[in-house]
Every structure is written in structure tokens, then in C-alpha cells.
Design a protein around this ligand. Sequence first.
Ligand code: NAD
Length: 305
Amino acid sequence: MDNTTLGFIGLGNMGGRMTRCLVDAGLKVLGYDTDPGRVRAAGATVAGSIAEVVSESAVVLLSLPDSKVVEAVVEGPHGLLAHCRQGQIVVDLSTAAASSTMRLHGLFAERGVQYVDAGISGGAAAAQKGALTLMVGGDAATVDALAWVFKPIASKVFLMGESGAGHTTKLLNNFLNAVSLAATAEVMVAGKKAGLDLHRLLDVLNASSGVNFATLNRFPHIVDGNYLEGGLTGKLMSKDVVLYLDRVRELGVASLNASGPLASFGLQTALGYGDLISNRVVDAIGDMSGGVRLHDTANTTGEKA
Ligand code: NAD
């Protein structure tokens, strides 16, 4: 085993971009994905199995859809737990259920393996530039030791506390992201139906108290037909809102604001846009509002963020 080889499991929209940054920084990355084409596309070496990734790497990174998949990759008969060895570090960069993360942390600890949860923020654009924000839960010395791994992919790393604190923080952030995206989509459809100039409307929102990440970074592109494809899908956004609800229920917090994003991103999936970027929620709301599109449909692009 080479101490500078990284294992990477799950090289989709985010994992693929993070891997590309690691490879460009000169690190050797052994990748495993159920679609090996994604490993090749990211410039990593294709591994034939999870066992091969674990045996060749000191640090294994995961970027998988949800806790169900993470648990299968970790606890499956040919998974990480079956093949890991003392002293290894596994970092879960997925947006996952904190309760599952803490349980897996305990199972790894029994084998002398550190399991670190690292929520990521910034979307595909930041992943591409190696400028993600990481919110991390786990042993502080282990997180310090991961500086060489995080440097090529993140511009900000926040240690939030023990196991589960990183994934909890990610869910809190993404709930706000979901609320502001769904609410801004609705407002923009209303602006279109009111006959407002949408660029001017965004200028006003961005100079006023309605400003948020969607008004600043998403809708200035969407009104010109660029949905910034390549980022979080509508289905994954729904998953994040459901995980948030599970977490606040565990914490005994009254949640009064989840119905809007749950309905909005649920509608996106129901109308057939669920595998597209969550920004497409505006088209779902537009469909239900008389077939509204914010832009001239001839100008729609799939340009990536
Ligand atoms: P994605 O669907 O594009 O990528 C997931 C990858 O995992 C795919 O390449 C898939 O083939 C692979 N995979 C699935 N099951 C597997 C298995 N059993 N073994 C190996 N590989 C498997 O998703 P994404 O957008 O890259 O998101 C990954 C995670 O990051 C999710 O938890 C998501 O919520 C989170 N996240 C995404 C964004 C974003 O902007 N896309 C932002 C922050 C966090």
C-alpha cells in the first residue's frame, strides 16, 4: 500500500469533480463506481472492487447518493468494513443521515478505523474549482491529518464537533438552500406573469432584504436559459429535506417550514424533472402556473456550472 494513494468511491457530479481536482494536484486516485466510465472520465485509475480500493489506499473518500447506498458500500458482504484495517481513514462526503453516520462511526472504531463525516457545500461550480466548503465531524487530530486531502478540493474547512456534527450541519444548511430556491422560483414565476423585467427584478432583490443564494447565483443564469446543469438534482434535494426533517424530529425541534420545499421538489420529480438539477423546480412551478418559462425556450442551455 502507498500512503499517498487515495481511494474514491462514487464519482458522480460531485465525486467526479473532486477526483479531477485531486488528480490535477498530483495525487494518485483509485476510483470505484458502479459506472466505471465515470472513474475514467475523472482521470482516476479504475478499481475492480471496493476491496481493491481499500487494500491500496490509506484514506478512502465516499461521495454516494444517500445513507442507504453508503450503508451498502460499508456493510455489504464485500464492503469497506469487511476489508478495512487499523489506522485507515474513511471520509464520507455524501449528504447522509447523521444517525446512520454515527452508527457506522462506532462500527469502524471497533476496527481501529476513523470514520469522518464531511458535508460539502458550493455545488458543482465550487467542486470544479476545488473551492468547496467542508463541514466536518470526527476526531480533531484525524481531521488535521487530512489537510493534504482537503486542500485540493476545499477552500474552507470547518470542524463542527464529534461524529455526525458535519452531516447535521450540512442538513441545516441545505434546508435553507431548499427553502430559498423553492421560494425564489415561485417569486420569479410571479414576476414573469406580472410582466416585470426579470433581470431588473433580480437587481432589486439583490439590493433588498429578499437577497439569497438563489437570487445571487442561480437565477441570473436561469433567466437567460442556463439552468447550471450538473449540480444537485431535484430528487437529491427532496432527499436532503426529508433527512433534515428526520434530524430535527430526533432533536425535538418543531419544524414549520418544510412543507414548501417538500411540495416544490416533490412536484419537480412528479412532473418528470427529478433527475435534472434542482434549479428546474422553477419549470415545475411554471407548468402549474399556465406553462410559464422565465426565458425564451430557444435559448435553453445545458451548460454546466
Ligand atoms: P450523483 O448521483 O451524480 O453521484 C453518485 C455516484 O455514486 C454515481 O456516479 C453513481 O454511479 C455512484 N454509485 C451509486 N451507487 C454506488 C455503489 N453502490 N457503489 C459505487 N458507486 C455507486 O450524485 P452527486 O450529485 O455527485 O451527489 C453525491 C452526494 O453529494 C449526495 O449525497 C448529494 O446529496 C451530495 N451533494 C451534492 C451536491 C451537488 O451539488 N450535486 C452538493 C452537495 C452535496
